[in-house]
Design a binder for this molecule. Structure first.
Ligand code: SAH
Ligand code: SF4
Length: 388
């Protein structure tokens, strides 16, 4: 017997094909999508406007595999975090961040991450596996319908979650098809109906995939920059060795032809003594002259063994002022959900450390610090983005 089809793995086109295979008309696919993603229904028997024979066929051949939350915690500021079991000792996290005018869900795309950024606890775990489309959209499905059970969450309208950021665990552009399929459902009027401006994908800079996303499904784009020259970025975001800053900036400008917003958001994690000097701020201004952007400074969220420290408050303010004074919109991200470890980069989950990544990381950290020191005394320092 064929395994049952998980309907969360199907976007609108795939759902239409699935229904056609069962001899059903295209509007049945739309009805099914709406039952699942608009109403949160998981029982085929309850889908009252589907023919009884079709419902019986669905019971035989389809299922909805829900995320299994093994932990559900709410911080004092209302931030809620679910730890989701994805099998074989792996877990990922989904975080809901309520604000006055919006509700944002931070969604994971992979269990672990292969990019291994020096300041990120997900990277420190190594890579376990890609999530399926169903596991990605399942996070939104689960969170939306659980949150709706509390009527106070509904003050903004019918939906609780108004914005999605692909900023949880993993590098979304290294799991391209499932991520794009899930985002298609986020945008689909028969599913979550979010506007492209309210879905943000954050990437460490997978250049060819940024170009592809621009053509396939341009949503708002955030790029994790974190360093303003290749020497330092090579150490902090190792993917930079493959796609250096000049190429990354070119890909950002290419993306802007298609993007729903006329700027890229550059994320910049503030690391004490590593990337937070005045010279770095001036370099960042030069980059902002190349790519129309907003800057989001993220105070580093420490985690055990990182060997890095958060920049001091005054340093962050001085850095922000240099960039702002050059006319570039710069915000400092508020840290949310601190008391439940739900802040950026703390999404450690319980992913097994399958690689020797911790050891490699310790060595790389030593290199990063040496690199940063060399950088400060290097005469090229200050010219940055080598010719970009
Ligand atoms: N892999 C993607 C998306 C997930 S990370 C990316 O790197 O963009 C989401 C954001 O959190 C990124 O900007 C990342 O650099 C940042 N981040 C990771 N670890 C962090 C930490 N310890 N403190 C603050 N921000 C962190
Ligand atoms: Fe991966 Fe993003 Fe963490 Fe880098 S910051 S290790 S790309 S999840």
């Amino acid at each position: 017997m064929n395994p049952k089809q998980n309907l969360l793995d199907l976007d609108a086109a795939a759902m239409a094909a699935f229904c056609a295979d069962m001899g059903e008309k295209p509007f049945r696919a739309r009805q099914l999508l709406r039952w699942i993603h608009v109403n949160g229904e998981k029982s085929f028997e309850a889908m009252s406007d589907l023919a009884k024979t079709f419902r019986a066929k669905l019971v035989e051949s389809a299922q909805i595999i829900e995320p299994v939350a093994i932990k559900d915690s709410t911080a004092s500021d209302g931030t809620r975090k679910w730890l989701i079991d994805v099998g074989q000792g792996n877990a990922v996290e989904t975080v809901y961040i309520p604000e006055d005018d919006r509700g944002t869900l931070c969604v994971s795309s992979q269990a672990g991450c292969a990019v291994n950024c020096k300041f990120c606890s997900t990277g420190a775990q190594g890579f376990s596996r890609n999530l399926s489309q169903g596991e990605i959209i399942g996070q939104l499905w689960m969170a939306e319908f659980l949150l709706r059970q509390n009527p106070t969450n509904l003050s903004r309208g019918d939906r609780v979650i108004t914005n999605v950021v692909m900023m949880g665990m993993g590098e979304p552009l290294l799991n391209y098809e499932p991520v794009v399929g899930a985002m298609r459902l986020m945008l689909d009027d028969n599913a979550y109906g979010l506007s492209r401006r309210r879905v943000t994908l954050s990437t460490s800079g997978v250049v060819p995939m940024i170009e592809r996303l621009g053509r396939d499904l341009p949503v708002a784009l955030a790029v994790s920059l974190h360093a303003t020259n290749d020497t330092l970025r090579d150490e902090l975001v190792p993917l930079n060795r493959k796609y250096p800053i000049k190429q990354l900036l070119a890909a950002c400008n290419d993306y802007l032809q298609f993007a729903p917003r006329d700027f890229i958001t550059f994320e910049y994690c503030m690391l004490d003594g590593v990337n937070d000097l005045d010279t770095h701020a001036h370099e960042l201004v030069k980059i902002a002259r190349i790519v129309p952007c907003k800057i989001n400074l993220i105070p580093f969220n420490p985690f055990p063994g990182s060997g890095l420290a958060r920049s001091k408050r005054e340093r962050i303010q001085t850095f922000a002022k240099i960039v702002q004074d050059a006319g570039i919109i710069t915000t400092v991200r508020k840290t949310r959900g601190d008391d439940i470890d739900a802040a950026c980069g703390q999404l450690a989950g319980e992913v097994q450390d399958r690689t020797r990544v911790q050891e490699r990381r310790a060595q790389a950290l030593v290199n990063a610090k040496q690199g940063a020191t060399a950088e400060r005394s290097d005469p090229r320092f200050g010219t940055i983005v080598s010719g970009a």
